[in-house]
Design a protein around this ligand. Structure first.
Ligand SMILES: C[S@@+](CC[C@H](N)C(=O)[O-])C[C@H]1O[C@@H](n2cnc3c(N)ncnc32)[C@H](O)[C@@H]1O
Length: 506
């Protein structure tokens, strides 16, 4: 039994009202703390928030100290702002005359929502026992959570699945645009906290316990999202982090199994880590995961770390580093063991990224799109992911002949930058040129003069055939020689969102 009973739901709704009345909201917290301390909280660092709150009084500050910083509070003070019986019934606080929050309750939300995410206290909070976190620790909203939330296309769907829901942050976002949200986790504690997250946020989800896709066997979804325990680590120390599978098998299994749970036209967005093995291109490795899925796939790598960086990051993440000699020796032993395991795999690095699968896409004809997004100016947003998926799905309709008759247009905000360069004789020529979107997520694309001319012609009224003809004429070239490169360039520019190709152009 993972969901809350009726009485607990009612208690959660009363608490929600009391939180709102007290001004304990994400906007309120941001205003009270300031942007820098608020951002530090997001990184699990509490000191700036503690300093910002030290001279603050009133309900909002008291609740932030109790639930966000994990400080103790007098029972009578808490009772002035919140219904104590409800807090105790939901297991949010414990103690006698002095109360402590047993979990972190964090106001969270999009601009027009007030949600509350319930998780365990992080290793830096006063509410956390000194030392490392527990095996079944339930993580709050972290960097990876926000990455996935930002990447997910926010289109209205019938059924959505959040695999590995933890505190429920992805499910909250899905609740805004999915008729039904199914949220699963292998960790029963996580499901209990997710149930409280949903109730305090005024949402209802179908919560199910189990590993990987087991709890949803035989079902299909229009949207699947997962921020899974992707860390490539020895053994199974923390459920939120370690899948207990060899090497990067977790990513491979999720990517190969997700298509079976997608409805036709459905999309899956999965965060993953993969190995960079000596002598093997990581692209081949991850491409092999999607090769038999029958889905179109977009694989992007946003960061690569060397083994020591990687191990150091994840050991710090779980806390437990201390001046105590025994703990310090244990930390160093684990560090060495982890490095040994990565070395035994022949790992030179570990890539962080995402895999987007689209069922009913045109995989096979075009192969997956695989890219290194390490130098991207920012992460793509869900609407950009949706546009890329749609553009790739559209290629099935566009044979070369249809494409020549189409009338692509430049995306609003497209910048064409022409750089002039003098040759040895001092004559100015315009080369090379770049095209990019203002505040786009991709680095600019370099174009030659013919490509630049082509893009300049594409105003939504001119056919691609005419634009190719015009570009060829401008440079005294045969249009047949220009055509293959032009078609390839246009495909890339459409997928990147630089050119728009409406479906009814076909
Ligand atoms: C990194 S946390 C992500 C939590 C949350 N979805 C987010 O985006 O912040 C990974 C979650 O996957 C769960 N998990 C671990 N192994 C799992 C498995 N085999 N099947 C399903 N969930 C699993 C963990 O308990 C944890 O809640």
């Amino acid at each position: 039994m993972t969901d809350l009973g009726r009485a607990d739901r009612t208690a959660a709704l009363r608490l929600r009202d009391a939180f709102l009345d007290a001004g304990f909201t994400a906007d309120g917290l941001l205003t009270m703390l300031g942007a820098s301390a608020y951002a530090a909280l997001g990184r699990g660092e509490h000191v700036p928030a503690r300093r910002a709150l030290q001279d603050r009084h009133g309900a909002e500050a008291e609740l932030a100290r109790l639930f966000v910083l994990g400080d103790a509070a007098e029972r009578s003070d808490v009772a002035r702002h919140l219904p104590l019986d409800d807090l105790l019934a939901l297991g949010l606080v414990g103690g006698g005359a002095t109360l402590r929050a047993l979990v972190d309750v964090r106001p969270y939300g999009e601009s027009d929502t007030d949600w509350y995410v319930v998780s365990d206290h992080g290793p830096d909070s006063a509410g956390h026992d000194v030392g490392e976190v527990a095996v079944d620790h339930v993580l709050g909203v972290g960097g990876a959570s926000l990455t996935l939330a930002r990447l997910t296309p926010r289109v209205q769907v019938d059924r959505a699945l959040d695999l590995g829901t933890g505190c429920g942050v992805q499910a909250l976002h899905l609740g805004r645009h999915a008729g039904t949200v199914v949220a699963t986790d292998r960790n029963r504690r996580a499901l209990r906290l997710a149930a409280v997250t949903a109730a305090l946020s005024g949402q209802e989800w179908d919560l199910r316990e189990g590993s990987m896709f087991e709890p949803v066997a035989g079902e299909t979804f229009d949207l699947v999202v997962s921020n899974p325990p992707f860390v490539i680590s020895p053994g199974h120390r923390y459920t939120y982090r370690d899948a207990g599978l060899p090497a990067d098998d977790l990513g491979r299994l999720l990517v190969t199994q997700a298509p079976g749970r997608l409805s036709d036209g459905g999309t899956a967005v999965i965060l993953a880590n993969w190995l960079h093995l000596r002598g093997q291109d990581w692209r081949e490795r991850v491409a092999s995961w999607v090769a038999t899925t029958g889905c179109d796939a977009w694989i992007a790598e946003r960061e690569v770390q060397d083994p020591a960086e990687y191990v150091g990051l994840w050991l710090r993440d779980a806390g437990g580093r201390s001046d105590d000699a025994e703990a310090s020796a244990e930390h160093d032993r684990r560090y060495a063991e982890w490095l040994d395991e990565l070395r035994a795999m022949d790992a030179e690095g570990i890539g962080f990224g995402w895999v987007v699968l689209h069922k009913g896409g045109t995989y096979g004809a075009q192969g997956p799109r695989i890219e290194d997004a390490v130098h991207a100016p920012r992460q793509p947003r869900g609407d950009e992911v949706a546009a890329l998926v749609a553009a790739r799905a559209g290629w099935a309709r566009w044979d070369a002949f249809a494409l020549l008759g189409a009338r692509p247009s430049r995306a609003p905000g497209l910048r064409l930058v022409e750089e002039e360069r003098a040759d040895a004789a001092g004559r100015l020529g315009s080369m090379p040129s770049r095209v990019g979107l203002v505040d786009g997520w991709r680095p600019d694309v370099v174009l030659d003069s013919v490509g630049l001319h082509l893009v300049r012609q594409l105003d939504g009224d001119t056919s691609l055939a005419d634009a190719v003809g015009s570009a060829a004429a401008a440079y005294d070239l045969d249009p047949d020689d220009v055509l293959p490169g032009a078609l390839l360039a246009v495909r890339g520019l459409v997928e990147d969102g630089h050119l728009l190709l409406e479906p009814d152009d076909a």
